[in-house]
Design a protein around this ligand. Structure first.
Ligand code: EPZ
Length: 429
């Protein structure tokens, strides 16, 4: 397994451009199943999760090609014939659940499996299934196997008692060809949902309201092909911003949408970080030890994103004073705390509260990534710490960051990837 070796203590500096958003690309790739002609999607990040999604589309009979040079994907789903999402792929990537809505809309039937929990929580899909049932799907659950059948989907009002991102997206995709109007009340408001709406409408759908808590979809007969460009990844952008603050550096970030990061910008400024905002560029500078931030609560967009909670905790672990982070979205998203404490952080967890008493230094050691964003947080900790940090289980990080070591090395970070030669030889046999 690869590992990242980091010599900490160098303030990050320079300019970086951010790749496309994983959490926009995944539902949009799933939605390509709805098009009756080929689609071309640009600014698709080169990530493990994207590779898995492309493998699933191929498994379903689509032609899907990733062009490394210009980070674009061509999907031709005209020959798709299967509506069975293989269990091993569902378990490999929970986001395969995004295929349920499009497959139901296209084939009238889909067989999938409970994706199972992960390091950050149980990750149920009951809101997805309840929404599809409201549109007329018959849902049969037999153990972990789920069969959804819907000879015809009919528009209706769907009320979400939690603004689930995935459930909102699945219902949107199922409703674009349903008979009549669907209104999703209590919808998630993330920018990635607006991106999905824009992609669907580019293909001839009639969706409006994404970005608000009420989304309206008027069913259409068919969707044609087209081209689309994915928005920049706001979580990768936020990860770089926090890394610049934690290492007391000065970094310019291009190709991003500052409006997607209002809550993070507000918290970083409260910590004394300087942030200059341009149209699609931000300059982040930290020239003194960050100040503690009394209380940060993660919550659905536009509040502080749970996907930046672990990264912010690293900066607060080095700040002056005591901070509290309350995690309200996932029940198990503090797995990075133990590893940070092994690096000298002073953090105490009580249920979904983390009390962080800032320390002047962190110290490098060997740590293990448990999930995508916890892994990114440990890389930031290594960049800010004194001495050498080795981050293991790097495959978690590769799910959401396109060569994270190259991104930070370009900003002056002393970080390299070590690939286990023995393993490569073994794989080559
Ligand atoms: C999306 O996951 C993102 N993933 C997550 O990013 C992100 O953390 C999350 O939204 C919240 O913003 C993708 O977009 C691919 P949810 P999703 O449904 O859709 C509960 C990352 O790091 N819930 O909004 O799974 C659930 O258990 C990943 O890039 C139900 O109870 O998130 C969780 O506690 C991690 N029943 C909460 O809602 C359901 O049917 C939020 O889940 C669905 C969700």
């Amino acid at each position: 397994m690869d590992k990242l070796v980091i010599e900490g203590g160098t303030p990050l500096s320079g300019t970086i451009r951010i790749h496309g958003a994983k959490n926009a690309a995944l539902p949009i790739l799933a939605a390509s199943l709805l098009a009756e002609e080929p689609v071309a999607i640009r600014n698709v990040p080169r990530l493990l999760d994207i590779e898995v999604m492309l493998d699933i589309l191929r498994e379903l009979g689509c032609k899907a090609r990733y062009d490394n040079d210009n980070r674009s994907v061509a999907v031709d789903s005209t020959m798709a014939g299967s509506s069975h999402i293989p269990e091993f792929l569902m378990r490999q990537m929970r986001s395969s659940v995004f295929l349920t809505g499009p497959l139901l809309a296209r084939f009238g039937e889909v067989q999938l499996y409970q994706p199972g929990g992960c390091a950050i929580g149980e990750r149920k899909i009951d809101l997805h299934l309840r929404g599809l049932a409201a549109l007329g799907a018959d849902i049969q659950e037999k153990g972990s196997r789920i069969v959804c059948r819907a000879p015809e989907l009919r528009g209706t009002e769907v009320i979400l008692d939690f603004p689930s991102v995935g459930a909102t997206e699945n219902i949107m995709m199922a409703a674009v060809k349903a008979k009549g109007r669907t209104v999703i009340v209590g919808a998630a408001r993330e920018p990635e949902i607006q991106d999905l709406q824009n992609f669907l409408n580019r293909m001839g759908a009639r969706v409006r309201g994404a970005g608000t808590d009420t989304i309206q979809i008027d069913g259409v007969e068919s969707l044609h092909g087209g081209e689309y460009e994915i928005i920049p990844d706001r979580i990768v952008t936020g990860t770089v911003m926090v890394a610049a603050a934690a290492t007391r550096g000065e970094v310019s970030i291009e190709g991003t949408q500052p409006a997607h990061l209002t809550s993070l910008i507000h918290v970083l400024r409260r910590a004394g970080v300087q942030i200059e905002i341009g149209n699609d560029i931000m300059k982040v500078g930290a020239y003194a030890r960050p100040k503690a931030v009394e209380r940060v609560v993660t919550s659905p967009y536009p509040a502080f994103p749970t996907d930046l909670q672990a990264q912010l905790m690293v900066m607060l672990a080095l700040s002056e004073g005591v901070s509290l982070i309350k995690e309200t979205v996932f029940e198990g998203r503090f797995k990075h705390v133990d590893e940070l404490c092994r690096m000298g952080a002073d953090i105490r967890v009580d249920l979904n509260n983390a009390f962080i008493r800032g320390v002047p230094e962190l110290y490098g050691t060997s740590v293990e990534a448990t999930d995508l964003r916890a892994g990114a947080a440990l890389v930031i900790a290594g960049l800010a710490a004194q001495g050498r940090t080795v981050v293991e289980q790097v495959h978690h990080i590769d799910r959401g960051y396109d060569r994270i070591e190259e991104m930070f090395a370009r900003l002056g970070g002393q970080i390299i990837r070590e690939t286990n030669e023995r393993e490569i030889v073994h794989q080559a046999r």
